[in-house]
Design a protein around this ligand. Sequence first.
Ligand code: CUA
Length: 326
Amino acid sequence: MPGTSLRVGLAALTLGACRGPQSALDPAGESASRVASLFWVMLVGAAVVWAAVVALTVWAARSRADEGPRTRSAWLIIGGGAAVPTVVLTALLAVGLSMLPAMVAPAPPGSLRVAVTGEQWWWRVRYPRDDGAVTLANELHLPLGEPVDLTLDSADVIHSFWIPPLGGKLDMLPGRPNRLALRATRAGVFRGVCAEYCGDSHALMAFDVVVEPREALDRWLTHQAEPAATPTDPLAARGAALFVADGCGACHAVRGTVSDGRLGPDLTHVGSRRSLAAGTLRNEPDALTRWIARADALKPDAHMPAFAMLARDDLRALAAYLEALR
Ligand code: CUA
C-alpha cells in the first residue's frame, strides 16, 4: 500500500535524523543528555496537552449548545482555561529550571582548557600549555569522561558555538569571552556548527570534534605542538617553496618555517585534519587544489583569496606540500 510505505519512509527519515554526529537527540555528553531529557519531557507534556485539547474540541463540536447545566461550562472554562494550563506550565517550567544550575556550572579547577575563537568562517583553536599555546583550526580533540573548560569569543561578528551531541550552544561575542563546561561521555567523532547567522558563509562553518581517551589526546596534542615536518617528496618540496614565494605565509603560519601569518588558520599540521575549509571539504589533495584555486566559489565572501591564476602544476605542488604537513 503506497500510503503505508510513505508513512514508514517518513518515520524512518524522522527517526534517522535523531541519530548521527550532529544530533542533539543522540547525546554523547552530560550537558547534551540534560538537553535531550528536557526535550523529551517537553515533547510528552506538549503531546498530552495537544491530545486533551483535540478531545475537548471534538466533544464541543458534538454537543449541542443548550446541553448540560451552565455551571458545568463555567467550571470547564476555569479549569481547562486557567487551572490546568497553570499547573502544567508550572510543572514543565520547574523541570526546565531544575536542570539549569548544572548546565551553567563552571568546569572544576584543573580541567583541560581550550580557547576557541569564531572567525568568518572558521574556528581558531588554542590549547594553552606551559610552553606556550598550541594553535590549530577547525578541529577539537576532547578527553573522554573529563570536564573541559572552553573559553569562547569572536574576532569579528557574533558566532555561536554548538556541538549538539555534547552540549548546549553558547554565543561567541567579540571582546566578551564566554565560558562553557563540557564533559563527553562517549568516544567518537562529532560535528560542531555555528548556530548564529554570521554572514554569507555561516552554513559553511563547521568543525570536527574527536572525543578520545586522555592518553590519545595527549599524544595528539604533543604532535600538534611540534613544528612542521620538512617535505621529502620532490613535489611537496616544490610546494613548500611556492608557499613562501606566493606569499601564503602572510596570512598562514607553518611553525618551524618562515611563514608566520596570523590572519588565517595555522597550517602546521593541516594534513592531519579531518576536513578542509571548516568542515566544507574532505581533506584530500584534489579538494585542497580546488580550495586554493577557487576559495571564493567554495566559500562566498571568505577572506581567503582565490589563486586560480596559478599554474595547475603549482596548485598541485602546494596541495602536496600542505597534505604532507601531518
Ligand atoms: Cu559563525 Cu554563523
